[in-house]
Design a protein around this ligand. Structure first.
Ligand code: NAP
Length: 315
């Protein structure tokens, strides 16, 4: 059931699962150092909760367990029936440092070595240890992860990883399974082989970069697969100096319609009925409020039509 908050929810077409239209990812919390970082992550989670965010995403890889622990702490005393939570498998954490590591992409991390592992045992071990870090006994969603980071990851995930993940779903340990895809090609490779519940579309599906995403969105719509439109700001790159020209062009159009460019960027994915939520990340409680304000701006249909005429909205 939906309750009244500042954020609407969308129901998965096949599951009794309600996704807040804006969802919070924990990956950027690895930028936050030490105990002060723990407190900031808690403050971000609490602000997100107060304002109505009810879907949260993390992964073992984010800070080598640090971000799962922080998210688990933030949600610790909430009723698990009141929100949705996803984590990922495919990059496991080795406490003994004896296996071949994948590069740490995160500035602050727990003392575990991230390793690519799409074997049945690896998937099961990774999922189980995620539950421990999160402090829960089952999870709403588990995504296949690391596909563009791990050598041979796509083939291994297609070969042994996905069957192991589906076994976890069949056993009732996870309600829904999916793939974290950083490109339309990766998404398609999995959609062609497996009947997943949710696609975490985390590359090539933003307002300023969605040329190849059309067939993926169409396929998901046809098969009742929910889409999570992740990384709307391209991990912050949208705000970077080298993208100023793109941003300025968009800002000019937005100004004509009296809206902010952040609103257009955040709401882009929600134009598509298959999209359940836009998944973003922040290290600042005040950016939770800013992003929700952008989500709640009213954008006239004429604005999107204008972008289509400009060739900036492709499908
Ligand atoms: N393969 C996969 O499975 C995969 C891949 C990518 C992402 N994801 C998921 O998607 C989540 C989001 O990805 P992302 O971190 O790339 O997201 P993003 O939201 O595109 O980018 C986050 C960046 O935007 C900045 N930001 C956020 N809100 C802002 C605002 N209102 N104004 C100005 N700047 C703002 C943040 O800086 P501040 O901290 O300063 O706010 C941060 O640097 C991840 O946490 C993860 O859960 C999954």
């Amino acid at each position: 059931m939906q309750d009244m908050t500042a954020i609407s929810r969308r129901k998965h077409p096949r599951h009794d699962a309600w996704f807040s239209e804006l969802s919070l990812g924990a990956s950027s919390w690895s930028k936050l150092d030490g105990a002060e970082g723990d407190r900031t992550a808690l403050a971000v989670t609490e602000r997100a909760w107060q304002i109505g965010i009810r879907y949260f995403d993390t992964a073992p890889y984010y800070g080598s367990g640090l971000c799962e622990r922080r998210l688990g702490s933030g949600l610790a005393w909430k009723d698990t029936g009141d929100y949705l939570l996803s984590t990922k498998v495919g990059i496991d954490l080795d406490p003994f440092g004896q296996r071949k590591p994948v590069a740490h992409h995160y500035p602050h991390y727990a003392p575990f070595t991230p390793v690519c592992d799409y074997s049945r045992d690896g998937i099961r071990r990774s999922f189980e240890t995620s539950l421990h870090r999160l402090g829960i006994v089952s999870c709403d969603i588990a995504y296949m992860h690391g596909l563009s980071i791990c050598d041979g990851g796509i083939d291994a995930a297609l070969g042994t990883g996905m069957p192991a993940l589906l076994e976890l779903r069949d056993a009732g340990h996870v309600r829904m399974v999916g793939v974290g895809a950083n490109s339309p090609a990766i998404a398609m490779a999995f959609l062609e082989r497996y009947d997943i519940d949710v696609l975490l579309f985390a590359g090539g599906f933003t307002l300023t970069d969605h040329a190849g995403a059309g067939p993926v969105v169409e396929e998901c719509a046809k098969r009742n697969i929910g889409i999570i439109a992740a990384s709307p700001f391209a991990n912050g790159a949208y705000f970077a100096a080298e993208n100023t020209a793109d941003r300025q062009r968009l800002q000019v159009r937005c100004a004509e319609y009296g809206i902010s460019d952040t609103a257009a960027v955040i709401q882009f994915g929600l134009n598509f009925p298959s999209v359940l939520s836009v998944l973003w990340s922040t290290t600042k409680p005040e950016n939770v409020d800013r992003t929700v304000a952008a989500l709640n701006e009213t954008i006239p249909a004429a604005f999107w039509e204008r972008l289509r005429e400009d060739g900036a909205l492709l499908f």
